[in-house]
Ligand binder design. Structure first.
Ligand SMILES: Nc1ncnc2c1ncn2[C@@H]1O[C@H](COP(=O)(O)OP(=O)(O)O)[C@@H](O)[C@H]1O
Ligand SMILES: [Mg+2]
Length: 256
């Protein structure tokens, strides 16, 4: 199996606070890997370093054996890594379709002149993009709502639009930061099936952050647990769940 993502002793310090301390992980192709831990454990910070939103204080990150520390977020996206955010980030005044179209942004072959002059190349590209975006919306069951404003959708659907936009960048790997946050149990269950479905359909490797341990248990083959920036356990969900350090970390977290 190819290793898709490898983090080697990744550390992030904010002033005196070590948010992530020497975090290492290896994720092979097609795996759904879960990163869990109490609030403030450093999970989002791990994502931000992997996606180039933060430069690690020290450590190495490899994406398909290519070192990616120092690259800009858009460069990492174009290598095939896409993410969603803990707090959904959509253009609320744009339509669902337009939001997904923004995901193709880095792929557009035309320049500003073409756009202004409305050259045939533009229209042709535009048509292809719209077709592809509609296809993506179909696979997230939101084709009927393509013309709705993003702000008009219920929470669960907004999350799916965000995922569709991430898919529009043509990723090999998808990073999801607490995708089930704010969802009711039913929405959460359908999201779980959905993540499994898109992994199959788009041949993805998935790294999933989750606060709620129950959510990752059935979905992930392996999980790692972060507590105060330190990885305290890694392995199969059923093993990790029994780990005394993990139980202690979660008992100390009143929000778990
Ligand atoms: N940009 C930042 N500047 C300073 N401190 C930060 C920053 N981002 C996160 N932190 C701190 O790092 C710690 C880990 O945060 P975060 O990665 O968001 O945790 P999690 O996602 O596990 O809840 C927290 O104490 C948080 O306040
Ligand atoms: Mg977070």
């Amino acid at each position: 199996m190819n290793t898709v993502l490898k983090c080697n002793k990744m550390t992030m310090r904010f002033g005196g606070l070590t948010a992530v301390n020497e975090f290492s992980v290896e994720i092979p192709e097609k795996e759904i890997f879960g990163l869990i831990g109490p609030n403030g454990a450093g999970k989002t910070t791990v994502f931000n370093m992997i996606t180039g939103n933060l430069q690690p204080t020290s450590g190495m990150i490899y994406f398909y054996d290519k070192p990616i520390v120092g690259l800009k977020p858009y460069q990492i996206v174009s290598l095939g890594m896409a993410r969603t955010f803990q707090n959904i980030r959509l253009f609320t005044n744009l339509s669902v379709l337009e939001n997904v179209l923004t995901g193709f942004h880095h792929k557009l072959k035309y320049n500003l002149f073409d756009t202004i002059l409305r050259m045939p190349k533009f229209s042709k590209n535009e048509k292809i993009m719209v077709d592809m975006a509609m296809e993506l919306l179909e696979s997230v069951n939101l084709k009927d709502k393509a013309d709705f404003k993003a702000s008009e959708l219920p929470y669960g659907d907004r999350r799916k639009v965000e995922i569709a936009r991430a898919l529009a960048t043509g990723p090999k790997m998808l990073l999801l930061d607490e995708p089930a946050a704010g969802m009711n149990p039913q929405e959460t269950l359908s999201l779980m099936y959905f993540i499994e479905e898109i992994r199959e359909k788009f041949d993805l490797t998935v790294l999933l952050i989750e606060h709620d341990m129950k959510f990752v248990m059935s979905l992930c083959k392996r999980i790692a647990v972060l507590d105060h920036g330190v990885k305290i356990a890694e392995g199969k969900p059923e093993e990790v769940q029994k780990n005394p350090d993990v139980i202690r970390a979660y008992l100390g977290d009143i929000n778990a």
